[in-house]
Design a protein around this ligand. Structure first.
Ligand code: NDP
Ligand code: 2IT
Length: 456
């Protein structure tokens, strides 16, 4: 593999980065995501002077629009709470803004800008016409009643509805936002607008949702890694897999990895992790997380083989011996130290189901040790790709079967892998899928921006 040097030496990109850091010094996650992309884009910027001439990079790092608003809601005891709501409409060069809504107490502008920035390239990689956006709130859904969730979601949509639309901006799920939350938001949008359109994706099937959207991110991750590993004479068959998280992405990554012949031995939540040498049963995860909305610790209650163990804390999951690691929880969950332990224990491939789960130090460790690395914006693009397929079905007012959607998802993930591999090769970094994904995602957006001109 011809790895790119892990430093920013291009003067133009250095300048843009310096200005950005001066303007937003507190936005650590956003700056981290930008630096990662900039390092990869150096050969492209050098080969294509029109990028600097048209200030493409300066325009790319500034969202087209950022909306911030107050979200008041009342709890079951009658107490009024106020949260902050956001929507970052980052880039619409290739289609309407598209991206999830995160509900988590850690949400701030830095996290949403990093996610929105990543989404631009991810959505471009899907080959479908969708721009990049992200939103959410610092609301904590944990421990809230159904009615409290409903009142929050309705209040959130009471402001957001003015800024979105099926051809303008189409939000979806992310951490803390699943089918239940999308339902309450969709109901409120419909009430306010008096129209039934595909303004949100991840809808329930009777209300215009797409079959296989729930499974799409986790399944897509495995389809992507399977295609990637094939080039290196590897596969999931007979492999030991560790998956962090136990939410939407983790559950269906666990199902597909198992169906492809692997044994998933660990999953986690933000309190701790389960190690089950007999293999995690994804149906138990579904029951615990989707139906009971309980903690992963309770997995032990369903483990009739009595082999599983529970450990407190998140980081320890990366000390479990595995061939393939699929981080599917949150950003920066694998640091350099954890990556070293994974490598020492024989890990051969890392596929990112979460967004930016590996720190820059962790990525450097993977590359130095020739670990196959499936970067988030390519590997987890199956979710948003299937959201775009939901948009197609809504516009055409029809619905496809599970098999049709799943087949399209598989084809898209295979294409994303090859497009990323080819872009890396084109610029002299054969085998570096991280660099290739950044370049392939960028070039399409860049070409559209050049074609559309600059508005003064
Ligand atoms: P869910 O809310 O369904 O699940 C999130 C899981 O990650 C939970 O197990 C949660 O544990 C854990 N988690 C969340 N935050 C933290 C934290 N700070 N530290 C440790 N564990 C944490 O979310 P998703 O599965 O939808 O999303 C997971 C990741 O995948 C995110 O990075 C998201 O951006 C990304 N993603 C999601 C897509 C989708 O379609 N849903 C598409 C592409 C990427 P706990 O319950 O204890 O909080
Ligand atoms: O990070 C992501 O790609 C998502 N949370 C899914 C976004 C979407 O619009 O389906």
């Amino acid at each position: 593999m011809a790895s790119i040097k892990n430093e920013l030496s291009n003067k133009y990109l250095q300048g843009v980065y310096r200005d950005l850091k001066k303007r937003y010094p507190e936005q650590k996650e956003f700056l981290e995501a930008v630096m990662e992309v900039f390092i990869s884009l150096q050969p492209v910027v050098e080969a294509r002077p029109e990028i600097q001439k048209n200030a493409i990079i300066e325009r790319l790092v500034e969202p087209e629009r950022t909306i911030m608003f107050r979200v008041p809601w009342m709890d079951d005891k009658g107490k009024v709470h106020v949260n902050r709501g956001y929507r970052v409409q980052f880039n619409s060069a290739i289609g309407p803004y598209k991206g999830g809504l995160r509900l988590h107490p850690s949400v701030n502008l830095s996290i949403l800008k990093f996610l929105g920035f990543e989404q631009i390239f991810k959505n471009s990689l899907t080959t479908l016409p969708i721009g990049g956006g992200k939103g959410g709130s610092d609301f904590d859904p944990k421990g809230k009643s159904d009615n409290e969730i409903m009142r929050f979601c309705q209040s959130f949509m009471t402001e957001l509805y003015r800024h979105i639309g099926p051809d303008t901006d189409v939000p979806a799920g992310d951490i803390g936002t699943g089918g239940r939350e999308i339902g309450y938001m969709y109901g409120q949008y419909k009430r306010l607008r008096n129209e039934f359109t595909g303004v949100l994706t991840g809808k329930a099937i009777p209300a215009g949702g797409s079959l296989a959207r729930t499974e799409a991110t986790g399944f897509g991750l495995c389809y992507f890694m399977q295609e990637y590993m094939k080039d290196y004479k590897m596969s999931f068959k007979g492999k030991t897999v560790v998956i962090s998280g136990s939410g939407n992405v983790a559950i269906y990554a666990c199902q597909k990895a198992t169906e492809l012949g692997a044994k998933v031995v660990a999953v986690s939540d933000s309190n701790g992790y389960i190690y089950d040498p007999a293999g995690i049963d994804y149906r138990n995860l579904q029951l615990i997380k989707e139906q009971k909305r309980d903690r992963i610790k309770t997995y032990l209650n369903y483990d009739f083989g009595k082999k599983a163990q529970y450990f407190e804390g998140c980081k320890g999951i990366w000390t479990i011996k595995c061939d393939i690691a699929l981080p599917c929880a949150t950003q920066n969950e694998i640091d350099g130290e954890s990556a070293e332990i994974l490598v020492k224990n024989g890990c051969k491939a890392v596929g990112e189901g979460a967004n930016m789960p590996s720190t820059p130090e962790a990525i450097a460790v993977y590359k130095a040790n020739k670990v196959l690395f499936g970067p988030a914006k390519a590997a987890n693009a199956g979710g948003v790709a299937t959201s775009a397929l939901e948009m197609c079905q809504n516009s055409a007012r029809l619905s496809w079967t599970f098999e049709e959607v799943d087949k399209k998802l598989n084809d898209i993930m295979v294409t994303i892998y090859h497009n990323s591999a080819n872009a890396a090769k084109k610029y002299g970094f054969e085998g570096d899928i991280q660099v290739g994904a950044n370049i392939a995602g960028f070039e399409k957006v860049c070409d559209a921006m050049l074609w559309e001109g600059i508005s003064y």
